[in-house]
Write a protein of this length. Sequence first.
Lengths: 131, 303, 557
Amino acid sequence: MERPIRVLVAKPGLDGHDRGAKVIARALRDAGMEVIYTGLRQTPEQIVAAAVQEDVEVVAVSILSGAHATLLPRIKSLLKEEGADDMLFVAGGVIPDEDIVFLKENGVAAVFTPGTPTTEAVSFIKENVKK
Amino acid sequence: MADNVKVWQDRRKIAQMITTVENALPGHEEILQDIYKKTGQAYIIGITGPPGAGKSSLTDALSRVYIDMGKRVGVIAIDPTSPFSGGSILGDRIRMNELSTHPQMFIRSMGTRGQLGGLSAATHSAVMVLDACGADILFIETVGVGQSEVEIVKLADTVLMVMVPGLGDDIQTMKAGIMEIGDVFAINKSDLPGADRTKIELEAMLSFLPPKEWRPPVRMVSATEKEGLKELVEAIDEHRTFQEKNKRLEERRKRNVQEALLAILRDKMVARVTSDDRYKRLLEEMVKKEIDPYEAARQLMQK
Amino acid sequence: MNKEQRQAFQEVMEKYDERVERNLTRFPERRSVFYTASKAEVNRLYTPLDVEELDVIEDIGVPGSYPFTRGVQPNMYRGRLWTMRMYAGFATAEESNKRYKFLLDQGQSGLSVAFDLPTQIGYDSDHVLAEGEVGKVGVAIDSLKDMETLFDGIPLDKVSTSMTINAPASILLAMYIAVGEKQGVPKAKLRGTIQNDILKEYIARGTYIFPTDPSMRLITDIFAYCSKEVPSWNTISISGYHIREAGSTAAQEVGFTLADGIAYVEAALEAGLEIDSFAPRLSFFFNAHNDLLEEVAKFRAARRLWARIMKERFGAKDPKSMMMKFHTQTGGSTLTAQQTENNIVRVAIQTLAAVLGGTQSLHTNSKDEALALPTEESVQTALRTQQIVAYESGVTNTVDPLAGSYYIEAKTKEIEDEAMDYIQRIDDMGGAPRAIDAGFIQREIMDAAYRYQVDIEKGDNIVVGVNKYHVDEPSPKGLLRVDLSVGESQKAKLKALREERDNEAVDAALEKLRVVCQGDENVMPAIIEAVKTYATLGEIADVMRDVFGEYQQSVII
């Protein structure tokens, strides 16, 4: 049996709208991946600690509060500090295009905005994950 | 390699070693060979019980007690894999997020991945890595619903069964086999109504089990209210002392080592046999009823 | 219908069915089964046969009378239009204050305050978890100082203020009371609403702090305090809005919200309050989605069901206790990031749904909210949408104009029944708090949400501009940006505050609060005393966290 892709799904920041995170968690599971779900109110430190201990291939975060510009680059730099920046780092949420450019410059591989089909996220992960 | 494995603080390294051994990736045998002699230091506690019993919360709460005692704690949390997609959602960390970043703590989630025998081998390998890397206490947490979970829990030195008030008749109908593996029982959420009754029922149930030298104690605990934790840890310690005194621990570990060896043997033999050219041919012959499975097995076992 | 009429009609229907079926072989319908947005099956045609069991007095009645199916006032919008209330709050108290004055000038009739997330979770702006969040989704309030700035120049006896605050509602209400006092406005003259609905936070919105039981106590303390001291205050807004946003169906929105409502009523009764002393001040908050007719039926079903529960289950005598008054917001999750202009049309349909459903107040979302917080211009368009429906569409000229429609009445009944079924299942589990602890409600919602997403991806649900009629478009310009320096300025203000206030008085007030929390005295007076010493929101919430503990989130995915 082929080893499933392991993905950490986390919600950084304080917003409690986890519909998107849960829907994507289910979609990734249904696509045969192993999803480690850490829930709400995660600090960048907690997210990176979990990603490292779980040795995931993908870190997927969902954020709707508008704090993405602060929190996502912080997660990326902590991943680097841990020598784990080979992990694929993706984000979803209410994120304006201008910020997407900024986030991509800061190590976020892809940003999925509202209305993106889950299949798009699934295939992006499958194509870009480093195994 | 050998020098690195001692380093509990190298999270990335430990995590990658677990991935390698868990999935039997190239290099896993070398790792296990390398660390094997350093294993046996950690005390392994299996935590199981019905869904909704609060096992993760209790694992979190107990971990805190051990961390405060200066121990390094490893947790392996196992959740079932979907038989349809082969994927899974592993959510036990939600209850342990605060400890995620604690230097004395290491948490790893695993999916059952439908690999019956393989799961206990994979879990055992992960346990060995954390053990060799410096864990003092290791928790293996899994839902106690199926046979494979029972097998995994048998890797433990002490099995903690977690119950909740209000299970009522469920206790009566729980498979005796599952009840029998418990060394210590905890009634979690003891603040809920009916906790006392559950305790009485449980003790009555246990008194019907065949008499043994160790009589499993039942402790009331509330993981969320942080009550009864010390008493529960004491009960686990008592079981440990009991086993150490009577050489039970040695026997138990011998049994576990034997299980591990058998698991490896099974895996290796199955792998060797199924990659054999004769394997497919014999299968075909079996379908056509030209040969029976015993004869096929006998032929395959011949070099 | 009498017997002969019924028979004659059935014959007519048979012929109709035959004719349709014949045609279908040549011209099949667009799909084999038609569904509402909530995936409830919809018949081709609704007829008198679908509403036979309904009683025109018992079930439908007239507006302003039990069971209030047709509305809570006898003449509805012919008398007064609904309150056009736009949820707003930005960054700092100063900026928000400016926005409120702008909205009041624009003809808005009530204020609605959005708080930032640290405030909603009881953290000061300098807390580690507040990093990057200060002033992002609303105004940052750390102490009474910020609250004084927020309402500077706005006489509190002249406006009604709705505050979207839940877990720390007691603290923000205490600050509002204190600001009123400073303006010379007595408590009895304060008008407004606090959301104060903690159960839906556990279910759907996520800004909880304390565990279920102490949270319920805080809520009943507020009920008790306000019924004596702040009689015109709406002490809770029992919210289905977020349940729907989390992906529930229309019937689940009604069922789960009313189950929450029942839990609050029971908690208040258990605390010794008399039903008619607090029930008239309960208010509700619903979502308005795209499926116009289903939504209208939903609002009517919710009103009827609540009236029946209050009368039959709780024995309320005052008709005001049976009236379900509600605020509505158009569905945020229906907005798309693609072709944002389309959202204006969606919001217009949703506005119609809310108005035809008889809402008491309405917030309309702005077209750009799937991308960022709205700009002033897009907020204006959203408000204008309400005004066009109010003044130009004509739907406000008569009361409950869709009543009597076979579809609407049948659908109203269907949603009422399905919601009641959920309420019974939740009762069997021991009520909403236990059903939440067991994850039942969360799982039901999540299943519906996932089903909906799968249907979109299969193309069974069409979202215009997303999975059909998609175009490549340049990224939108001119979105509102929140200044990142807000966090720093709030931190500086906090530091100055902690230096200049009387810290001994703060400590004494917090100690008093701790003792009250440990006992069973009403917490409100002690909180009001604490905010007046300029103890911060975070300091007050920390005392309560210490005594009450913190809620553990559910693991339902």
